[in-house]
Design a protein around this ligand. Structure first.
Ligand SMILES: Nc1nc2c(ncn2[C@@H]2O[C@H](COP(=O)(O)OP(=O)(O)OP(=O)(O)O)[C@@H](O)[C@H]2O)c(=O)[nH]1
Ligand SMILES: [Mg+2]
Length: 464
């Protein structure tokens, strides 16, 4: 369904982050954007200025004639704009008071306050971009590393949409062919022919979806960050390690065991891989009420981690608690970090290597910042071993919603093949093929429900 722009009212919002800054931008979009601006702007004649120009002038309260701010007005006429509607953007001085005053004026002269993501929602509803492209806008804003940004840009450019549309067209073609065959069953072998056609296409689309899904693991990491939990006994240097990876003293470090009481979460860019790094309370049996809660959370942090950094103190012999933690994390993606190697080493390295299957053991000294390069390199290689640079131009799926729908589409195709194997009538098999077509359509928003659209755009930031 494509709505025409005339069905929407005029919306406005502050599009820059709240707070003090060099400039703030108040964006107005809709049929009345120019009328609203004309009521409060003194400067050039907005009916005469060319589209895509920026114009000097003042914002004046029409009631009192009070001059509010000196501004530059960006003027963009439909349809070649972000929303495909008329857009005026007021660039004012970036103080909170001036910005809010201007927004109030805009709202009192005919515009309505926009909802979060409503400008992008209009770009979607007006047919300028599809749903996966709209989602990429938000991913781009939230991108934590260059690599994440490249994946978002590729999706915004429509690479994923293009592929999905291609698959849907193939399915539609075969469904049309099946329809024709069913309507004209004058040939004896029509059922066999139609089954063959369906099977070929189901296998073909299935293979392409499987290929796409093979990028999902890395794609999801790029979009959401790799959930990385730093785990270990108290005082082994977990918080020191976090500070080192962040290149910042975020977590409190003391020589008192039990310093970290609650989990601390920070994003960090490790060679282009966004890490959602979680520092946890040291795990030990404790009677302290507050520490106990922290310890319970640490245990949960193991479960929810994509990667566990298990920190051991190399200057002490292995304790029972260390062994328990090694056992508790043995099925996880794990790096065993032997910290405090600047001190005389008491850990039996052979024993550790044996327990960790000789894999992913790194020696560090958080205090001397030694071994961190190797740790970073190992993390990047564990998750992007073929190197993401090489796969940059390939299409990636990054979004959990898309991954879910692709899996459903894949399941529907498997039902098509099962149905054909079981000799089910073609018109029943056709239903599963159509389901696949629908699931794929939900990715691009070609088939969607209003609730989904409302829910998706409500997660956007205001003014976008
Ligand atoms: N010699 C040496 N000391 C270190 C090293 N890393 C950390 N420390 C010291 O060990 C003590 C504990 O460090 P933290 O980073 O607070 O340890 P933690 O594992 O977060 O401790 P909890 O929060 O209590 O669980 C501090 O005094 C650090 O300065 C290291 O590589 N070498
Ligand atoms: Mg700590």
């Amino acid at each position: 369904m494509v709505l025409t722009t005339t069905e929407f009212d005029t919306i406005a919002a502050i599009s820059t982050p709240p707070g003090e800054g060099g400039i703030s931008i108040i964006r107005i979009s809709g049929e009345e954007a120019f009328d609203v601006a004309k009521k409060i702007y003194r400067g050039k004649n907005l009916d005469k200025v060319a589209s895509n120009t920026i114009n000097y002038g003042h914002i004046v309260d029409p009631q009192t004639n009070e001059e509010i701010d000196e501004v530059m007005l960006s003027v963009m006429r439909a349809p070649h704009t972000y929303t495909e509607e008329d857009i005026v953007e007021i660039n004012c001085h970036g103080g909170i008071v001036a910005t809010n005053r201007i927004l109030q004026l805009v709202l009192s002269t005919g515009a309505r306050m926009a909802e979060p993501g409503e400008f992008t929602k209009r770009a979607f509803l007006n047919g300028r971009i599809d749903l996966s492209q709209s989602e990429a806008v938000m991913d781009l804003i939230e991108a934590k590393t260059d690599r994440s940004m490249k994946a978002a840009i590729s999706q915004l450019d429509g690479n994923l949409s293009h592929l999905i549309k291609h698959l849907r067209k193939d399915i539609l073609d075969v469904l049309a062919q099946v329809e024709v065959n069913i309507d004209y069953p004058e040939y004896d072998d029509v059922e066999t022919m139609t089954s063959k056609l369906l099977r070929e296409k189901a296998n073909d689309v299935h293979a392409r979806i499987v290929q796409l899904l093979s990028t999902a693991k890395q794609g999801k990491i790029l979009r959401e960050g790799l959930a990385t939990s730093i785990i270990g006994r108290p005082n082994v240097g977990k918080s020191s390690l976090l500070n080192n990876l962040l290149h910042e003293d975020k977590a409190i470090v003391t020589d008192v065991p039990g310093t970290t009481r609650d989990v601390l979460e920070e994003y960090v860019n490790v060679r282009g891989v966004p890490l959602k790094l979680v520092d946890t309370a040291g795990i030990r049996d404790t009677k302290d009420k507050v520490e106990k809660i922290g310890v319970d959370r640490s245990r949960k942090a193991i479960d929810s981690a994509d990667l566990v950094l298990l920190v051991l103190n190399a200057s002490e012999a292995l304790t029972d608690e260390d062994k328990k933690l090694l056992a508790a994390t043995k099925d996880k993606q794990r790096i065993t970090v032997l910290n405090k190697t600047d001190l005389p080493v008491k850990l039996d390295l052979q024993e550790i290597k044996a327990m960790a299957n000789g894999k992913n053991v790194i020696s560090t000294s958080a205090i001397k910042a030694n071994g961190l390069d190797r740790l970073e390199e190992l993390i990047a290689n564990m998750f992007f071993n073929e190197g993401i640079e090489s796969s940059q131009n390939d299409i990636m799926v990054t979004n959990a919603r898309h991954i879910g729908l692709l899996n459903q589409a894949k399941g529907a195709l498997e039902d098509v093949i099962k149905g054909l194997d079981a000799g089910m009538p073609v018109d029943l098999v056709q239903i599963d093929m159509t389901r696949c077509w629908d699931f794929l359509g939900e990715i691009t928003g070609d088939s969607y429900q209003d609730e989904l659209i409302d829910q998706l755009f409500s997660q956007f930031c205001l003014g976008k």
